[in-house]
Design a protein around this ligand. Structure first.
Ligand code: SF4
Length: 580
């Protein structure tokens, strides 16, 4: 995996393909690589949809090997939503396949002069880019079917739906899953709009004739992988909770903690939570037959297996097992307690190519503005359909919660750096509030998941309602996360490696066994710090500053029930997060 595929979509005479060596980027992978390329090659003040922005798609350092959990992929660019650097992470099969094909990254550059759409086909023999305007405004599901018919039943896709083509700031990039469905998304920050601006509708990958990447020290690698897998299986979160119920196991937990944002972050508990919980979802799936509540991986090599399948009332496939963030965004945050309606919205988001978190937060802001009533599932579904159609209202909603709040004159808009907050109220989980405020990404729970220590008792415990210790916790988690995001490992490995020193050591041994290096835990920490510094430097050069590392001020003024608490971490303490 030592080459970078560059496709200049704006070259005279049509798209131009070339392959570079890794050069200065050697040793980087995943988020480390996307952020290094964006920081070095993209002018920080460029327009995110202009020719100077670049879209970088990078497998992790271990992707394409047989290391467990190593198939996550990073997408980087300057974000149309935040105006800063972006790394959006996804599952799906593409990461393993690109790794096996030897690509450390795909970089889409320039912009077509004629605004036309293209498809890119990659296999072991090379790369082919073709103009194909017949794909215009196809949903991701039809698009993948069409690509399978054209390129063969075993291909996988990286694609955008109509939202990306319309360059909406809530547009995602879809990665087809093990069943070749476009259910896994690099959702956050409008990365789909950047792919749309590059005039690329789909990248089709065929890895036939390739084999898994081989480790430098096979014996060490094999032994470390065995120890690592054993560690994942014995931890209660990665070994029991997630495989049993998927991520939606969190609904009852977070609601009980009084941290479940309800009706556009007005309340901390949702009356209908038990009806949309992971437990209720599993019961429903079992009753409807099919695979029942059995979970599976979103890519080959996943051991935790938090994914699943959602069937409608007639037992037909509707969507993937809806994840916690989506169940919350379209559920409790909009006052909706109907799992079938939520799954329908998940399917529409995936098909149109939309970030479910941004869309749920946006619809809740629109509900607060009176566009629809909290709890009205049919109205919420219709609002997503407006986005897919690209009506005037749909174009407003498709540009996210901040734009929608501004257009409709709403004060309570839960965003940081223009990006909507996920499913944890920062007043009741103060540590995640620090992460939302200070991450380089805009409000993002995955950038430093302080919920683990504040609520779940993983990696120690800290009072979620108090500010003490939260800055240090968030800083350490943000550094560790940046490093994990570079390996291609799913972030859910963080639960066992935070609690079990031997599993953390196994991860380091796995990396060393694969790459033939002698990294220590300190080296991994340094890698994380370097990535964060690179990203923050880009943001400062793009015009962001400490004043953007803040929550909206109503979080300091409005008390959240049931704890009747505000966000307590002082601004000067937030400014210490990046002081390392
Ligand atoms: S644990 Fe879940 S999100 Fe992570 S790789 Fe497995 S299926 Fe995908």
């Amino acid at each position: 995996m030592d080459k970078i595929l560059r496709i200049n979509m704006g070259a005279d005479g049509g798209p131009q393909v070339k392959t570079d060596s890794l050069g200065d980027y050697s040793g980087h992978g995943g988020r480390g690589l996307t952020s290094a390329i964006v920081a070095k090659e993209v002018p920080p003040t460029c327009h995110p949809l202009g020719a100077d922005n670049k879209l970088v798609i990078a497998p992790g350092l271990l992707s394409g090997s047989v290391a467990a959990m190593s198939g996550r992929i990073s997408v980087g660019c300057k974000s149309p939503l935040t105006g800063g650097i972006k790394e959006a992470n996804s599952g799906g099969q593409a990461s393993q396949m690109l790794g096996r094909l030897g690509y450390a990254a795909i970089v889409l550059e320039g912009k077509p002069h004629n605004g036309s759409l293209h498809k890119v086909f990659i296999n072991k023999d090379g790369v082919d880019v073709k103009q194909d305007n017949s794909l215009c405004m196809l949903g991701n599901y039809d698009l993948v079917d069409k690509m399978k018919a054209e390129y063969g039943e075993k291909v996988h896709c990286i694609s955008i739906g109509p939202a990306g083509e319309m360059k909406m700031a809530a547009a995602s990039i879809a990665f087809s899953d093990m069943e070749q469905r476009p259910t896994r998304h690099a959702g956050r920050g409008g990365v789909g709009a950047v792919m749309g601006a590059k005039g690329v509708k789909v990248i089709v990958i065929d890895d036939a004739g390739t084999s898994a990447r081989t480790p430098a020290d096979p014996e060490k690698f094999k032994a470390a992988n065995k120890e690592f897998v054993a560690g994942l299986k014995k931890h209660p979160v990665s070994g029991e909770g997630l495989p049993a119920y998927g991520t939606n196991v969190l609904t009852n937990v977070i609601n009980e903690a009084g941290a479940y944002p309800t009706n556009n972050f007005q309340l901390g508990r949702f009356e209908g939570a038990s009806k949309i919980s992971g437990e209720a979802q599993a019961e429903l799936e079992n009753a409807r037959g099919g695979e029942g509540s059995a979970t599976h991986g979103c890519h080959k090599g996943c051991i935790i297996r938090c994914s699943g399948t959602y069937y409608d009332k007639n037992g037909n496939f509707l969507s993937k097992q809806v994840e916690y963030e989506t169940v919350w965004a379209h559920g409790g945050n909009c006052g909706i307690d109907d799992l079938d309606a939520i799954a329908q919205m998940d399917r529409l988001d995936d098909d149109f190519g939309l970030d479910t978190i941004e869309m749920g937060a946006t619809i809740a802001v629109a509900m607060e503005a009176g566009v629809a009533k909290f709890g009205d599932a049919e109205a919420a579904i219709n609002l997503i359909k407006e986005v897919g159609k690209g009506s005037d209202l749909g174009r407003i909603l498709g540009n996210g919660a901040a734009v929608t709040g501004k257009v409709f004159g709403v004060e309570r808009v839960p965003v940081v750096k223009g990006q909507a907050m996920p499913a944890y109220d920062p007043r009741a989980v103060q540590g995640i509030g620090v992460t939302y405020a200070t991450t380089t990404m805009g409000a993002d729970h995955t950038a430093g998941y302080a919920v683990a220590t504040n609520i779940l008792g993983v990696g120690g415990s800290l009072d979620p309602l108090k500010p003490e210790g939260q800055v240090e916790l968030s800083r350490n988690l943000q550094i560790a996360t940046a490093a994990i995001d570079s390996t291609g490992m799913c972030l859910f490995i963080a639960f066992p490696i935070m609690d079990q020193p031997e599993t953390f050591q196994a991860l380091i041994d796995l990396i060393n066994g694969f790459a033939g290096t002698n990294l220590t835990a300190d080296d991994v920490t340094e890698l994380g710090k370097t990535i964060l510094k690179t990203e923050r430097d880009f943001n400062l050069r793009a015009g962001l500053s400490d004043k953007d590392d803040r929550l909206p001020d109503y979080f300091q003024k409005e008390q959240l029930s049931p704890h009747n608490i505000t966000f307590q971490v002082a601004d000067e303490d937030l400014d210490q997060v990046h002081n390392f």
